[in-house]
Design a protein around this ligand. Structure first.
Ligand code: AMP
Ligand code: GLY
Length: 422
């Protein structure tokens, strides 16, 4: 088989690493990929957003399956473009990608199908939004409707912050069109967890549970990032919470997509807030999480490529999805200054030494080659991922491996997975 992986971050390295172990894969390409991905695939210089270029490459190289990592090309309709040309692609059509591409769409769908989520109001003029946040009870969460590279959500404890968030989205238009509509949402207390599911539009199958760490610093302090680390499984998702989520969220979501006449084939990522055993949906994503994918792939015993093919062919009910009973922890190593301004081009050393333990894999995110040196090229640089008998053992192994890696300015959280140990 010929496989094309679209994207070039830690998530895509994790997916490519796992696909490379498939008994089906013959040749794998990545667009644009990164130096870590280049260890298992041939990287081609096409941007993940270049739908036309990707389509041409897939045709010219007889690609049997294209696997899309990031959300933007899905929201832009890459699945529709490939479908028209009868090319197989793992990821939902644009109508389905609205689950992530429009928070208003997702909230309306949840409201219509009684899927538990925070109460909300949706506004498409500045004045109506402002009038509302002047009187609504605090705290609230203000969300730009469209894709805002993970920056469109503001948790507001004080009214002044809420007014400022509305100003930024709708008056200053810092998110451009993505902020033309805003959602003002009830603030939910609790602990977050993710259930990443696959669906072919008829069957929905969840992957193992996981938990991300969005704030930059220990103790959930500092600004939000793309994710500073993750672990799997997430003990907060007890069997009872899982069953409730299946009944009240997963199954109604598939039903809702059917009612909308959307044949959805790919990932439905369900971000939950759990309080007193009650799950509520914070968000849907239409792709794998980053870095949640890293601990998931090292625990997945089954053939990911085979599972993806079955998903795309509408035969997900035939897939066997088996997990290593051990736990996995991924610690993200970030550039100094991230998520704010940071420098690039710092030499990275110690990756091979860190990986000398067979239970450790170092996934590359923001890296580049400079001659024969590996250098930093992004905010999130590496995802050091380890398996262990339990969360504590996996955590210890991950941090031992982190200790062998160096680049100037490197920063990381020292408490990844601590929540699972309380
Ligand atoms: P989202 O992109 O909607 O998941 O929001 C990003 C982050 O903001 C989430 O991971 C939560 O930490 C936080 N958040 C979003 N919505 C809420 C809410 N209704 N209540 C509390 N925190 C929220
Ligand atoms: N780590 C959060 C996300 O992938 O959306």
């Amino acid at each position: 088989m010929n496989v094309l992986v679209v994207g070039g971050g830690g998530r895509e390295h994790a997916l490519a690493w796992k696909i490379a172990q498939s008994r089906l894969a013959t040749t794998m390409y990545a667009a644009p990929g990164n130096p870590g991905i280049a260890r298992v695939a041939e990287c081609v210089d096409i941007a993940a957003s270049d739908v036309k270029g990707l389509l041409k490459f897939a045709k010219d190289n007889a690609i049997d399956l294209t696997v899309v990592g990031p959300e933007a090309p899905l929201v832009a309709g890459i699945a529709d473009a490939f479908k028209k040309e009868k090319l197989k692609l793992f990821g939902p059509v644009a109508a389905g990608a609205q689950l992530e591409g429009s928070k208003g769409f997702a909230k309306e769908l949840m409201r219509a199908h009684s899927i538990p989520t925070a109460r909300y109001e949706r506004f498409n003029t500045y004045n109506t939004a402002l009038e509302y946040v002047r009187v609504v009870a605090m705290p609230v969460v203000i969300k730009a409707d469209g894709l805002a590279a993970g920056k469109g959500v503001t948790v507001c404890r004080e009214r002044a912050e809420a007014i400022e968030a509305v100003d930024r989205a709708m008056k200053e238009r810092v998110f451009a069109d993505a902020g033309d509509t805003v959602i003002v949402e009830e603030y939910l207390e609790g602990e977050e967890a993710s259930i990443i599911c696959l669906t072919d539009g008829r069957t929905i199958a969840s992957l193992a549970t996981s938990q991300d760490h969005k704030p930059a610093f220990d103790g959930d302090k500092g600004p939000n990032t793309g994710g500073m680390g993750a672990y799997s499984p997430a003990p907060i998702v007890t069997d009872a919470v899982y069953d409730l989520t299946e009944r009240e969220v997963m199954l109604p979501t598939i039903h809702a997509l059917k009612v909308h006449n959307i044949t959805y084939r790919g990932v439905v990522y369900i971000g939950l807030m759990i309080a007193d055993g009650e799950p509520k949906v914070l968000e849907y994503n239409v792709r794998f999480g980053d870095p949640e994918t890293q601990p998931l792939v090292v625990r997945l015993k089954s053939d990911l490529l085979e599972i993806m093919m079955l998903t795309v062919e509408g035969k997900l009910d035939q897939a066997k999805i088996e997990w290593d009973s051990r736990a996995a922890v991924c610690v993200v190593l970030a550039s100094g200054g991230y998520p704010g301004k940071y420098e690039k081009g710092r030499e990275i050393t110690g990756i091979d030494e860190a990986q000398s333990d067979r239970d450790v894999v170092v996934f590359q995110a923001g890296t580049a080659r400079n001659g024969d040196r590996l250098v930093t090229a992004g905010g999130r640089v590496l995802g050091v991922t380890a398996l262990g008998q339990d969360i504590k053992a996996a955590q210890q192994k991950a941090y031992e491996a982190v200790g062998k890696i160096h680049f100037d300015g490197m920063h990381y959280r020292r408490d990844i997975a601590d929540k699972a140990l309380r």
